[in-house]
Design a binder for this molecule. Sequence first.
Ligand SMILES: *Cc1c(COP(=O)(O)O)cnc(C)c1O
Length: 243
Amino acid sequence: MSEERRRELAESLQEVRARLDAACRAAGRDPSEVELVAVTKTFPASDAALLSDLGLTEFAENREQEARGKVAEFAELRPDAAVRWRMVGQLQRNKARAVVRWADVVESVDSERLVDALQRATANALDAGDRDDPLDVLIQVNLDPRPERGGCPPEDVPALAEKIAVSSDLRLRGVMAVAPLYGDPEVAFATLSVISERVRRDHPEAGEVSAGMSGDLESAVAHGSTRVRVGTALLGGRRLTSP
Ligand SMILES: *Cc1c(COP(=O)(O)O)cnc(C)c1O
């Protein structure tokens, strides 16, 4: 069973890498500029372990509660694997304390109140020895006119970036976005690229652009993504809700 799953994952990984290589070639970019992040939500820790055996080092989850157990289980399965876990889902402020216990990076930071909560939680976790490093964060930018999808409105990004930059235990690393459900991802990713440039003018260390998923990674790479978040194309179809 596990042998069969390993073969399956190895095959899909090869396909995703080929797509990434082709997208980079088409955009005149070096494939080493684009990191592949495996979105393991709804899939078991054993899949993350197999992907780690295949060389992946970056994993993402979108629900705090599901991730917490999975990260712990992964650490038991592969105690020596040096991997980083990223939170990419909408985050309630009351989950800040819990998320900083397992996440190396939070990509879905979209409000000043969440920044405050994460700063406080990270400081406490560092004090208590629950984590060793400051928290890397990305600003999630809302590229969808419908606000319920989460993310900071583009016009509020500079102020949020400044607030993160002066938080003692947070490190601003860049921006993240999800293309709108309807509409042209090209337009959204082009907008994100302009926003990223603006952020980097004030914060040169914040060069990451997390954009592109299974269905639109080519377009994201064409517009400067440095990090694609791929779930379905690597792991297969998800059930509608997380277990
Ligand atoms: C689920 C998810 C992904 C991966 O989506 P796929 O289409 O399965 O590749 C990427 N980013 C975020 C924020 C997600 O929630």
